[in-house]
Design a binder for this molecule. Structure first.
Ligand code: CP3
Length: 349
């Protein structure tokens, strides 16, 4: 059993009282940061992911510069697909070959031992945790089963997910067999990340919202629920992030995750009205707001914090990752604004 320290981030995930709303940002370690660009001059993206010292440095540089309440491990959701036997390259998005299209392709996937095949990620976690201040939570992550399966089927994603959608409707048993295999691997990988020192784990279901209601629920949500249930005995908070699921908030909040992370297309007020305090919420500043001005960022942060008033558990984040053209000072402004305006007058821990 993982013993999770009661940091501000972990307490908010558990809907326990906090002195201030915690804040971190998806893709906080990325191309918008000069320190990251410097690392990338030394090594390509996959080399960074597979070098525990460099991966730890990428995570730590971002958390230190931004002074966030949480850091996310530097890795990628596609690494388990490489462990399953697909050749992985980035150009600059992930390419996975050969693409999975048939039962035989699913059967040909390798058996994965996460400690052996994804040991570099676990070592990066150990190093990062050892160097990170104790009050900063370390977040591990995996792609949710349907989202990672979609990348594996597409091979060369173009944003339309046509091969994946075709497989889901035309050969549903193949799609489900693949999602089931992926679910086993990501569940084991997420559990191993908690064992290695992560305090929280996040499932990224970035493309689940592409599916119609029946498949969203029958495949994406069903297998995400299975992964989340498998992590329960670890005792660490689990975050479920999906995009474009505003029509299905109630079902997404009911998957067993401690936290539902929202994109910016649904307001926190609406989520609060529909979900109450059944789950902690995370989100959801539109990342393009960071391309405007310090004043606009501050205004929009305050607006989201006002909407979140009364929620027992709220974690400030963006509605998706930090965009590459973001001025670093503007990313930092998000954190500063949350720290200034996100102080809780009641319920101080
Ligand atoms: O700071 C962090 O959030 C931690 C690291 C992280 C990365 N990818 C690093 C990365 C995390 C949590 C991810 C998750 C991820 N990866 C997702 C889910 C969330 C999301 O953003 O939708 C997905 C779908 C992927 C797959 C992936 N990786 C894509 C589609 C791309 C290319 C497009 C893009 O946004 O860059 C990547 C590359 C990638 N992953 C980079 C980084 C820092 C850029 C690599 C580079 O060129 O230096």
């Amino acid at each position: 059993m993982t013993t999770t320290k009661a940091t501000r981030m972990v307490r908010a995930c558990r809907r326990e009282p906090v002195d201030r709303i915690p804040v971190w940002m998806m893709r906080q370690a990325g191309r918008y940061m000069p320190e990251y660009q410097e690392l990338r001059r030394k090594a390509d993206f996959l080399t960074l992911c597979r070098d525990p010292a460099l991966a730890a440095q990428a995570t730590l540089d971002a958390a230190r510069y931004l002074d966030t309440d949480a850091a996310i491990i530097f890795s990628d959701i596609t690494l388990p697909a490489a462990a399953l036997g697909q050749a992985l390259t980035f150009e600059p998005g992930p390419r996975l070959a050969p693409a999975i299209r048939t039962f035989d392709d699913v059967k040909a996937l390798k058996k994965v031992d996460v400690r052996r095949d994804l040991g570099v990620v676990l070592e990066a976690i150990r190093r990062t945790r050892a160097a990170l201040p104790p009050e900063v939570s370390l977040i591990g992550f995996v792609g949710a089963p349907a989202t990672l399966a979609a990348y594996m089927v597409e091979g060369k994603p173009d944003g339309n997910w046509l091969e994946f959608r075709k497989l889901v409707y035309g050969a549903p048993k193949v799609a489900e067999a693949l999602i089931e295999r992926v679910a086993e691997v990501v569940a084991a990988h997420a559990a191993a990340q908690l064992d290695a020192g992560c305090d929280v784990v996040q499932l990224f279901d970035t493309s689940a919202g592409e599916l119609p209601s029946s498949e969203l629920k029958g495949l994406a949500f069903a297998y995400a629920r299975q992964v989340i249930a498998g992590l329960k005995p670890k005792g660490a908070p689990v975050v479920y992030f999906a995009r474009d699921i505003g029509g299905h908030l109630e079902a997404a909040a009911d998957l067993g995750a401690d936290v539902l992370a929202l994109d910016w297309k649904v307001s926190i007020s609406e989520a609060k009205a529909r979900l109450g305090n059944s789950v902690a919420l995370m989100g959801n500043l539109e990342p393009a707001v960071l391309l405007t001005s310090v004043e606009e960022i501050d205004r929009r942060v305050q607006q989201i914090l006002q909407e979140a008033e009364g929620l027992h558990g709220f974690i400030f984040n963006l509605g998706h990752g930090v965009l590459p053209p973001t001025p670093p000072a503007h990313a930092r402004q998000v954190v500063d604004s949350v720290k200034r305006h996100g102080v809780r007058t009641r319920g101080v821990a």
